[in-house]
Each structure stands twice: as structure tokens, then as C-alpha cells.
Design a protein around this ligand. Structure first.
Ligand SMILES: C[S@@+](CC[C@H](N)C(=O)[O-])C[C@H]1O[C@@H](n2cnc3c(N)ncnc32)[C@H](O)[C@@H]1O
Length: 315
């Protein structure tokens, strides 16, 4: 099937006029192929850089895609990023289509907060764009709170909380390689990193320790990957995002009136069912207070396929 890239990209660009006109951020998903005519292809914009990510081998179409993008916006760098599952060598699936990688932006700015980027990484370049409303929510609901950012990745959600005047943010992730990227964002935002902001290690090791030592937080961010792998520090076999086990621990770390914000990336249960599972796992110490989802750059008529975000409060 021949894909009419020029038409698809132009339409997607025009459908996001409201984002293009915003002066509060310059990064969004330009093309969401799953619902916009090319499953397996997404294009994201980070300032003047575009990343074309593909799970199908569309290398023959990349020039047309590049030209279509340049007709919409004067991108200075357009990168192709093919998925690992294509089985191609790295140099055949990650390369510049336009511009020089050395000119890749180091940061993007969203709602007044800087986030560090790494253009040529195999995985996400540093900021999950579907979570933009989560970062906005955190900036508005963190004042004076000690916030625990679990599965922190580059720390973006905790940094949003700090820019919303959180008293502290503790990031937990098992990958030490993320540390310099988190520090870079702190420095750019004029935040003090300190020695206790990042806990490197397995969540199933550290949460029981934190419970044992009586730690309490007024906010917990819980954003596990779609599949949490079995941990040497836990006996159970995690199922999907493993919310039941994680929430049973998080609810013990949350002080009364504290919030827990959960990001659901799986679609094997309805939103109501997922929320009920969280409440049940907390021993009914949590109540649901708010729900929202990703914005118009992730178009999908089926709301059950979008990122789901639920906020709970400790009763
Ligand atoms: C999808 S990312 C989280 C995205 C992040 N919340 C954000 O908004 O940028 C998943 C992260 O979980 C971390 N991770 C996965 N399993 C873990 C575990 N058992 N303990 C600690 N971190 C883990 C990975 O290293 C990765 O950085």
C-alpha cells in the first residue's frame, strides 16, 4: 500500500494548529500513525528537531516524509529512528535525514520548565509527550510537598513538581545512566540537586526499606513501564504494570491527605477496573479524586487506548 505521506503529515500538522500557536511549549507529537493513517510510525517535535520513529521498514519513504515535514516547519534537524525489532544495524535505522546531529537541541521548555534531551538514544529522548498534562498537574499540586517519583527515568515528573514548589523530590530508578541527564535538567532550571535526590536501585528493594524506616511522602508519582519485569528482590511474578503490589507499598508511604498519581499504559482493563484495583490494593485507604488523559496530539476516538491518569488521595 502506498502511503500518501504528504497529505497525512499536512493534515496532522493542521489538526494541531492550537499546539503550534501555543507559546507555553514547543514539543508535541506531530503525527500519531496509529490513528492517522500509518500504524507503527510516530513523529515528534522537540523545538526545531523532529524525530521520525518507525516500527515498519519505511526507509524508502523517509525522504518524502522529510520533505513533507519541512513544508510544515523549518526544522533544523530531522532524525530517523527505526525500532530495534526491525533487526537492522544501528547505523541503518538511526541517522539524520536533514541537518547535523551535533546541532540537536539539548533542552526543551514546557510551561516554563527545561527538560534535557538526548536525540540519538535508542529509547525515548527524555520527555514523554503524552504526559504533558501530568507535568502541568504536578506543577499545580505539589507546593510544600515531599514527592516520591517512582520509575523516574529522566526525572521530568519530579522536576515539574519541584518547579511547582514541592519541598523535595526523590527520584527512584534502577538505571544509573540516567543520573547525569537528571542533573542536567536540575542545573538548567536552577534547582539544587543535593545528594539525596536520586535513589538508584530496584523499586522492590527500596520501597520495603522506606516503609520499614517509616518514611512518609505527601505525593507519590507511580508510572511503571507497560511490563514490569520480575525482580530478584520480590517473590511474586509482576503482572503488567504490577499496580496491585506497587500500590500496596505506596499507600503505606503516603501521609494522610497525600496524593498518588497513577499513569496507566495498558488496555487490558477498563479505566474503572484499573481504579478499583488501586483502591482495593491500598486496603481502601485511597479515594479517587481526578482523572485525565493525553491531549490532541494523541488523537484516538477510543478513550480506552489513550494514556489514562488517575489521582487518588489518602483518606
Ligand atoms: C517508562 S519509564 C518511566 C517514565 C517516567 N515516569 C517519565 O515520565 O519520564 C520506565 C523507567 O522505569 C525504570 N524501571 C523499570 N523497572 C524498574 C525497577 N524494578 N526498579 C526501578 N526502576 C525500574 C526504567 O529504568 C525506566 O527508566
Amino acid at each position: 500500500m502506498t502511503i500518501k505521506w504528504q497529505d497525512l503529515i499536512e493534515k496532522a500538522w493542521n489538526d494541531r494548529k492550537v499546539l503550534n500557536e501555543s507559546d507555553e511549549f514547543d514539543s508535541w507529537r506531530v503525527f500519531h500513525g496509529y490513528t492517522e493513517g500509518a500504524p507503527g510510525v510516530v513523529i515528534e517535535k522537540f523545538g526545531t528537531m523532529a524525530l521520525v520513529e518507525f516500527k515498519d521498514d519505511i526507509r524508502e519513504d523517509l525522504d518524502v516524509i522529510k520533505d513533507a515535514l519541512l513544508q510544515c516547519f523549518p526544522f533544523t534537524l530531522i532524525m530517523a529512528k527505526g525500532d530495534q525489532t526491525l533487526g537492522l544495524r544501528l547505523k541503518n535505522r538511526m541517522f539524520s535525514l536533514h541537518g547535523d546531529l551535533a546541532d540537536a537541541p539539548e533542552f526543551t521548555k514546557e510551561y516554563g520548565v527545561y527538560y534535557s534531551l538526548l536525540a540519538d538514544t535508542m529509547h525515548n529522548c527524555g520527555l514523554y509527550l503524552d504526559a504533558r498534562p501530568v507535568r502541568k498537574w504536578l506543577a499545580n499540586h505539589s507546593e510544600g510537598r515531599r514527592v516520591l517519583n517512582l520509575f523516574s527515568f529522566t526525572g521530568s515528573l519530579g522536576i515539574a513538581a519541584l518547579k511547582g514548589n514541592a519541598k523535595a523530590a526523590i527520584h527512584l530508578d534502577r538505571s544509573k545512566a540516567l543520573l547525569p541527564r537528571i542533573e542536567k535538567s536540575y542545573e538548567k532550571n536552577g534547582l539544587d540537586f543535593g545528594s539525596r535526590s536520586f535513589v538508584k536501585g530496584d523499586i522492590y528493594k527500596h520501597l520495603p526499606k522506606a516503609i520499614k524506616s517509616g518514611q512518609q511522602f505527601e505525593g507519590i508519582i507511580l508510572d511503571p513501564p507497560p511490563t514490569v519485569y520480575k525482580s530478584p528482590y520480590a517473590e511474586h511474578q509482576p503482572k503488567g504494570q504490577d499496580f496491585s503490589k506497587l500500590v500496596s507499598m505506596c499507600s503505606k508511604l503516603l501521609s494522610q491527605g497525600g496524593w498518588l498519581i497513577c499513569l496507566f499504559h495498558r488496555y487490558d482493563a477498563t479505566w474503572d477496573e484499573s481504579d478499583a484495583e488501586i483502591i482495593e490494593s491500598s486496603g481502601h485507604t485511597l479515594k479517587m479524586t481526578e482523572r485525565f488523559t493525553s491531549e490532541c496530539d494523541f488523537p484516538d476516538d477510543n478513550v480506552d487506548r489513550k494514556l489514562r491518569v488517575t489521582v487518588f488521595e489518602k483518606i
